[in-house]
Design a binder for this molecule. Structure first.
Ligand code: IPE
Ligand code: IPE
Ligand code: MG
Length: 228
């Protein structure tokens, strides 16, 4: 079976999962973190080399302050707990997004986890927090100017090197849970030729079996990249 090198997941549906049970949305986010732990193990066992998970977008700051604060607190807690799981599986952690736009404590926790796992040689886990593709593209354009590139030096490679994903292979498989059929500003450049897989499963219910199903579906796809 052809295993995708880079799988990206838009983890959606935590709020609806909680609402279905008459619970507060944050309970859905807590269950969502448990799903992250399960999928990290499963993806690593499947031989995936890069896993990008969309946890918080640049647009998610529009949510009620109490939900944003609860999400940030949850994130901090797990950034500290993940280290054991990551060490056990040899997983390297890398943040994806605008670090400077985040509360100082989280910035420090992210850097600590990146440093603690830098020597791991297994799968790379890219956690997208305060991530937005348009912001990433705009800042890559700005960096081309700051680096003094001449217009003829601004090509796809030079531009790609200035994205937060510099050096990371393109997305092969893009999964979105919760039945929504949209990209919501995630990895637009990197997913140019990604295979799309949408499922109605809400993120907290997405487990190893659901991942396997997505991978089996991917393995059946014929990728052409514009050729014949
Ligand atoms: C995804 O779940 C997690 C985040 C965007 C933080 P949602 O919170 O978007 O859940 P729904 O879409 O409201 O069900
Ligand atoms: C996308 O989910 C962002 C994350 C999963 C972090 P949203 O719930 O924010 O997306 P929309 O608003 O439904 O497009
Ligand atoms: Mg949502």
């Amino acid at each position: 079976m052809t295993v995708p090198t880079h799988v990206a997941i838009i983890m959606d549906g935590n709020g609806r999962w909680a609402a279905q049970r008459g619970w507060a949305r944050i309970k859905g986010h807590k269950a969502g973190v448990q799903a992250v732990e399960r999928i990290l193990e499963a993806a690593s066992d499947e031989g995936i080399q890069h896993l990008s998970l969309y946890a918080f977008s640049t647009e998610n700051w529009k949510r009620p302050p109490a939900e944003v604060a609860a999400l940030m607190a949850l994130l901090r807690m797990y950034l500290r707990m993940f280290v054991h799981q990551l060490a056990r599986k040899g997983i390297r952690f890398q943040h994806l997004g605008d670090l400077r736009g985040m509360p100082g404590g989280i910035q420090a926790d992210i850097k600590t986890l990146e440093e603690a796992t830098a020597g791991n040689t297994g799968m790379t886990f890219h956690l997208a927090v305060n991530y937005g593709s348009r912001l990433e593209l705009a800042q890559a354009a700005r960096r081309c100017v700051e680096d003094g590139l001449r217009p003829d030096q601004v090509d796809e490679a030079a531009f790609g090197d200035r994205l937060w994903t510099a050096g990371v292979p393109d997305v092969d498989l893009l999964i979105r849970t919760s039945g929504e059929h949209r990209i919501s500003n995630f990895l637009l450049w990197q997913s140019a030729y990604a295979e799309l897989y949408m499922t109605d499963i809400l993120w907290p219910d997405f487990g190893p079996a659901a991942l396997k199903e997505a991978l089996e579906d991917y393995a059946q796809r014929e990728r052409r990249f514009g050729g014949i």
